[in-house]
Structures are given as C-alpha cells and as structure tokens.
Design a protein around this ligand. Structure first.
Ligand code: ATP
Length: 292
C-alpha cells in the first residue's frame, strides 16, 4: 500500500516579534498562510519487521535520524521504527523561512497514521506535532491562521480569496538566532503589522491584504541577494516581504502579467529559486492512496 502526501509551504503574511520571555523564547503575533510550493512524501507499507527507510531526491537533505520525517516516525512508532519506506521530493527550499521541514513533519504524522491505521486521535496527533516543532501543528490543517504566544496558540481565520504570490530566494540562508539577536539590539522595535493585516483580511481585497503585509525581520536582514530581490520586485510594483526569518522574499501580485515579468527579471539576475504560486486553503494532505 502507498500513500502520497502533498505538502504545501507557508509564508508569514505578517510577523511581529512582540517580546522575549524570561526563558529566552521570543513571543510573536503572525498570520501564517499556506502556499502552492510543494514537497511530496511517498509512504509505502513494508513488512512489519522491515526497518524504516528514507530516501530523498535532493542532495544535502539528511536521510537518517536527523531528518524531521524520521523523527516523526520515531515519535509515532518508537525507537526502532519498522514497516514504512519513505521517499521525499523537495520542492520547498531549505533555510527559506517557508517551513519545509515542519511541513514534512506534519505530512509524516498524518501519512503514517493513515498508512498503518494507527489508533491515534487528532488530539494526540496535535500533541506529537507540538513536541516535534513550533510550526508543525499549523501544517496539520494549514490555510490562514493567526499564530501567537511562542507559536503554540493557533486561531484559524477565514480562507482568503486565492491570491498570486511571487517568491524568490538566493543561495544564501540566514541564521534565525542571529536575526533574533539583531532584533533584540534595535533601540526601538519595528512597527507591528498584524492588527492592520487582520483588518485588511476582512476586506477580502488582495491589494489591501498585500499592502498590510510586513515582517519585523525585514528591518534587520540585508543580505545582498535579499536586497537585489527587493529592488527588482519594487521596480515591478510589488511590495517585497520576508517570510519567517528569511531568506525567501514574497510579494503579492494583483496586476495581469506582473508576476511573470518580475519572475523573468529575477531569473535573469541569477536567483536560483523563483516561483509564482497561489495561496492554498489546506495543509499537508493525502494526494493519492493505492492498495498496491
Ligand atoms: P523554517 O521555515 O521552519 O525556518 P527552514 O527555512 O530553516 O525552515 P527547512 O527546510 O525546515 O528550512 O530545513 C532546515 C534544515 O533542516 C535543513 O538544512 C536540513 O539539514 C534539516 N532538515 C531536517 N529535516 C528536513 C526535511 N524533512 N526537509 C528539509 N530539511 C530538513
């Protein structure tokens, strides 16, 4: 039996870092949105005594216990997981702030439960997700979600109308801890965006929604490649916003042909990851299921 999981990435339509708790964790207010840039995870049922295996189509992704899908299998099946062969196809870039590893984790939770018919309730699955990573519970359902606390408080919002986004990333990644340290050093924090965005979401007007998007990390992130993406997007009338702590940048496109023209300019500038994608109202989900 096979199950193929379709796994969307996310962007943060807004990301306000609102403070730092005594235990060192930063608190945030953010609107997460799933987008149509996909990983795919194929799960095949093997013999009950056959040890877990993992392969991946992309170089540099660890195919052992360091991989989050492996950790997920251990979480569901115990220290010596058996009975599943996993193959991962990566479409979501790494070190992008698009949640690739966390999204795969949610897909593995849902997929392994379905493949092996495990008796694990949705509540228990959410518990596993929260333990595996702060962004993992979001990807179990995806869509448009307000995220607060240290990322554990999720409030689903009404789906936004389908919107076109242009996404780009250079070859360099950014360090999330360094980004937080840079934010902590700022004399005054950047202005918050989430409340404005929540009001804009109510209008259901893509132009108003994109005008209200923003990310505190934009104030402290100035890699040359990111600056190049920003200036090309601006030259095409698109407002660039960082996703997560970077290094992917996205912009909403509301004019016909705007995304395609800007994508071409970004490709000509040598950016290795350039995609036009739609927002999607779902998280990790079963794409196909077959008995063979
Ligand atoms: P986030 O948006 O959560 O900040 P990210 O942009 O840092 O995520 P990820 O795709 O989650 O990017 O991967 C970061 C690192 O995690 C990779 O460099 C890789 O070594 C490791 N990793 C572990 N599991 C996975 C996985 N399933 N897919 C990709 N990378 C993984």
């Amino acid at each position: 039996m096979h199950i193929v999981m379709q796994i969307p990435a996310k962007v943060n339509l807004s990301l306000d870092i609102t403070g730092k708790r005594p235990d060192g964790y930063h608190t945030l207010r953010s609107v997460f949105q799933t987008v149509g840039v996909f990983d795919r995870l194929t799960l095949t049922k093997t013999g009950a005594d056959t040890p877990l295996s993992l392969s991946c189509d992309t170089e540099g992704v660890p195919c052992d216990a360091r991989n989050l899908v492996w950790k997920t299998a251990v979480c569901l099946l115990g220290e010596n997981p058996c009975g599943v062969a996993m193959h991962l196809e990566k479409g979501i870039p790494a070190q992008a702030g698009m949640g690739g590893g966390s999204a795969d984790c949610a897909a593995a939770l849902l997929g392994i439960r379905a493949l092996l018919g495990l008796d694990v309730s949705d509540k228990a699955l959410h518990g596993f997700a929260a333990r595996l990573g702060a962004d993992v519970p979001f990807f179990l359902a995806g869509g448009t979600v307000l995220c607060e606390g240290i990322g554990e408080l999720l409030t689903p919002l009404p789906d936004i109308p389908e919107c076109t986004l242009l996404l780009a990333k250079g070859s360099e990644g950014v360090s999330t801890p360094e980004g937080y340290r840079a934010l902590d050093r700022l004399a005054s924090p950047p202005a918050d965006d989430t409340d404005n965005l929540l009001r804009a979401l109510e209008t259901r007007d893509p132009a108003s929604i994109f005008a209200a998007c923003g990310n505190h990390f934009d104030a402290v992130t100035d890699l040359p490649e990111i600056q190049r993406i920003r200036s090309i997007m601006r030259a095409h009338g698109i407002r660039p916003v960082l996703s997560g702590s970077g290094a992917a940048v996205f912009g909403g496109c509301t004019e016909p042909g705007q995304a395609e023209k800007c994508a071409e300019a970004l490709r000509q500038a040598g950016l290795p990851f350039v995609r036009i994608a739609k927002t999607v109202p779902f998280g990790a989900r079963i794409e196909t299921e077959s008995e063979q």
